[in-house]
Design a protein around this ligand. Structure first.
Ligand SMILES: *[C@@H]1O[C@H](CO)[C@@H](O)[C@H](O)[C@H]1NC(C)=O
Ligand SMILES: *[C@@H]1O[C@H](CO)[C@@H](O)[C@H](O)[C@H]1NC(C)=O
Length: 230
């Protein structure tokens, strides 16, 4: 074969290759595991207030429980504004459709908001309408990249067996998961501490969501834009 023939053959193979990639169907949209525990690294940037922390997400959709612990709640837009920017661990705990913010080192807790305010647990199919971007290499593994445009663009990466890898709520919040454990979670993990009382309401973002929901109940249900805040 002469040079022209070789080039032609490569062009044909190239086109065939591209077609076969495009024709392979998109994977099914993401669905979170029914129950899982996952550690994460997180970086946040809210209008110049930046932070980095580590945490653990506990999720039990069968019971309707979700808990997110952060070693430092300062840069979380709920924790950081409920207890003005203090560097202390902070937990979101959602049980019976109620979201609590707990500051365990201070034995302090406040009522944040509830599902009527858009504060229930994240739905397993929260990305049902997302677009498949493609496969990408993340730390040496090929994973699915999904994207959902909304008030805020959400990018999500997961493994083929539907384990979360990374959730980037652009541009504020980037969570990189460190492995997913599918074992059932002991109910004590979701126990609301005695020192929580609905009389004590959180300020900041929580208060904003409560007020916004009460203003717009008939319209949108007051959905906040964060994804882990369904
Ligand atoms: C997906 O879109 C449909 C139709 O617009 C809507 O009913 C549904 O609530 C959406 N699901 C999610 C998880 O956003
Ligand atoms: C990739 O690995 C590095 C080092 O372990 C880690 O800091 C980073 O968060 C990981 N990235 C993702 C998206 O998991």
């Amino acid at each position: 074969m002469n040079v022209v023939g070789v080039v032609f053959l490569f062009l044909v193979l190239g086109v065939v290759g591209a077609e076969s990639i495009r024709l392979s169907p998109d994977p099914p949209s993401p669905v979170l595991p029914a129950t899982f525990t996952a550690g994460f690294d997180e970086t946040m940037d809210y209008f110049g207030l930046t932070g980095a922390t580590q945490g653990v997400l506990y999720y039990d959709s069968l019971k309707g429980y979700e808990r997110m612990d952060r070693e430092n709640g300062e840069a979380d837009r709920y924790c950081g504004t409920a207890h003005l920017f203090s560097k202390t661990p902070c937990t979101h705990l959602i049980v019976d459709s109620t979201r609590w913010l707990i500051f365990p080192q201070r034995q302090s807790c406040c009522y944040c908001c509830d599902s009527a305010d858009g504060c229930g647990i994240v739905k397993r199919d929260f990305l049902a309408n997302a677009t498949f971007v493609g496969y990408e290499e993340v730390n040496g593994t090929s994973v699915q990249h999904w994207k959902e445009e909304g008030l805020q663009e959400n990018d999500y990466w997961q493994t083929d067996d539907q384990k979360p890898v990374r959730l980037y709520q652009k541009p504020n919040d980037d969570m990189r998961f460190k492995g997913t454990d599918l074992k059932p979670i002991d109910p004590s993990v979701f126990q609301v501490p005695d020192y929580c009382s609905s009389d004590k309401q959180c300020g900041g973002t929580c208060s904003f969501l409560r007020k916004r929901a009460s203003r717009s109940v008939s319209k949108s249900g007051g959905r906040p834009k964060g994804i882990l805040v369904e």
